[in-house]
Design a protein around this ligand. Structure first.
Ligand SMILES: [Zn+2]
Length: 224
C-alpha cells in the first residue's frame, strides 16, 4: 500500500555489475566518478575523447548517450566529475572546495531536470535538455535521488590522495576512510608506520615532500 502523496523517484536502469544494496543512482555516480583511475602518479582517463564519453553514456543508460559530443562537452563533463569527487571527499569529512561547489552550481543551472509522471502515476526526475546537458541532468537527478534516500552521505572518495577512488562506505558507523582496507587502508597505515619509524630513527635522507612514496610499484587491486 502506498500512502497518498508519496513521490517515488524512478530513474534509468542501473549500471551493469551493480552490487547488492547500493541504490542504482548512487552506483551510477560512483561509476561516473571512477571513469578516472588514479594509482599513485599514474592516471587512466576513461573519458579522454568524445567517443569515450558517448560509449560510456550509452553503456550506463545515461540520457543523451546517443548524442554526438565534442571536446568542449568532454571538458564540461570532466569538470563536473572532478567537482563531484571533491564533494565525495566532503562526505568523507574533508572540507569541501568552494570552487567545486561553484562548478556544480553552474553546470546544474545549465542542465535542467524536470518532474514527469508516468502512465502508472509514478513521478520521475528526467533531464530537461538534450545532448551533454541531458547526460549531466541525469547525473544531477541521480545526486538528488541519493540525497533524498539518504544514500549520498555513504558515497565517499578514498582518503589516499594517490587514489581518490569513489566507494560506498558500508561500515556500520560510516567511518570508513579508504576504498578498501586490503588496498589503500593498509597502504596508508604502512606509510604512516614508515613515517613514524623514520622519525624515530632520527636520520637518513628523507626524499621529496612525501607526496608520492618512493619506491616500488603499488600492486593492490581495488575491490570495487
Ligand atoms: Zn583508495
Amino acid at each position: 500500500m502506498t500512502s497518498a502523496g508519496a513521490v517515488a523517484l524512478e530513474l534509468s536502469p542501473p549500471p551493469s555489475g551493480d552490487d547488492g544494496g547500493v541504490p542504482p543512482g548512487l552506483a551510477r555516480i560512483r561509476a561516473f566518478v571512477n571513469t578516472r583511475e588514479i594509482d599513485g602518479d599514474e592516471v587512466v582517463e576513461g573519458l579522454a575523447t568524445p567517443a569515450d564519453l558517448r560509449a560510456w553514456a550509452m553503456a550506463h543508460g545515461l540520457a543523451g548517450g546517443g548524442a554526438a559530443f565534442d571536446d568542449a562537452d568532454v571538458a564540461l563533463v570532466i569538470g563536473v566529475r572532478e567537482a563531484l569527487r571533491d564533494l565525495l571527499e566532503g562526505n568523507a569529512g574533508h572540507p569541501v572546495d568552494p570552487g567545486a561547489v561553484a562548478v556544480l552550481d553552474e553546470a546544474a543551472a545549465g542542465s535542467p531536470v524536470a518532474l514527469r509522471f508516468g502512465a502508472d502515476g509514478a513521478a520521475r526526475l528526467v533531464p530537461g535538455a538534450d545532448g551533454v546537458r541531458a547526460l549531466l541532468g541525469q547525473v544531477f537527478a541521480d545526486v538528488a535521488q541519493a540525497a533524498a534516500d539518504g544514500s549520498w552521505a555513504r558515497l565517499k572518495a578514498c582518503a589516499n590522495g594517490g587514489c581518490r577512488w569513489a566507494y560506498v562506505d558500508a561500515s556500520r558507523n560510516r567511518s570508513g576512510r579508504w576504498c578498501s582496507m586490503a588496498g589503500c587502508g593498509n597502504r596508508m597505515k604502512g606509510r604512516a608506520y614508515r613515517r613514524r619509524a623514520r622519525a624515530g630513527a632520527g636520520g637518513g635522507a628523507v626524499a621529496g615532500g612525501g607526496a608520492v612514496a618512493g619506491g616500488g610499484a603499488v600492486a593492490e587491486a581495488r575491490t570495487d
